[in-house]
Ligand binder design. Sequence first.
Ligand code: 13P
Length: 342
Amino acid sequence: MYERELEATAAAMVAKGKGLLAIDESAPTCKKRFDSISVESTVENRRAYRELLITVPGAAQFISGMILFDETIRQSAADGTPFPAALKHQGILTGIKVDAGAKKLAGAPGEKVTEGLDGLRERLVEYRGMGASFAKWRAVITIGERIPSPYCLDANAHALARYAALCQEAGLVPVVEPEVLMDGKHTIERCFEATEATLRCVFNALYLQRVALEHMVLKASMVISGSECPKRAGVEEVAKQTLLCLKRAVPAAVPGIVFLSGGQGAEEATAHLNAMNLMGPHPWPLSFSYGRALQEPALKTWRGQSANVATAQKALYHREKMNSAACSGRYTVQMEQEKVAA
Ligand code: 13P
């Protein structure tokens, strides 16, 4: 019943030169980020920080949508404008994280399954009423000794597909995010194997559960060496292996793929996206849905001080602009200097 709307939303999310800004950290994750700048994680500090991220002047040239957390979608800017309305005013779509986090998977030591399906239908209706047009659910896949197991892949794919089907029923575009974690010593080859197995399992579950691939967006992790791998693959290799893996496992019917940054440095994440887009054309637009890689410089500049808001917003604007350029392979390291001039 929402086919036209879902198609238009998905197309807008991955429109040329645009990507998503993920600001959907749960309260415990937000506390971790605030601890790194010695700011207390109070409701008001989280609200003030989210206002900074949401109100960057000119961001809509580069950002199609922002992913909010339940607390944030209910909050307002200092002038009283609810955040979804503040986004709409700029022409930016509101997205909402709807999973309840990754929990220990029974009978599978070291592995997790994402929870949050209970009551999801009702919550989706509420979020749509609040102005959301897309949603996000993140599954977490860990690489380690003899893991990921087929059981873990299957449990997570099943939940992702049930979530996606419910989203489409409610008129929200599901962002389907199976994140293969970068944590560990593993090689890029092991990451390739785990990512291919994960994606094949996810798309099989989406098919079984009658999810329209045309009305979703895939949020993928890159095929990359583990963060503690003694010999980490370079930018070209990450781009090549990620593309090969995606081409094997992701149907061309999917309207777009956005990447998470997963602990990559801000400039590293931009360079990887740029390298992939230079190797195009591809069956889908490749864009970004970064959290840390977009926010990090702004977070460090802000440090909880209202006097730093304008400078922090400039830092975020710069990263948004760099990643927008990377969507069409136009990013160069020299462009990083622009921020000094700005
Ligand atoms: P990172 O880019 O920091 O990995 O966050 C993106 C995200 O939304 C993870 O679910």
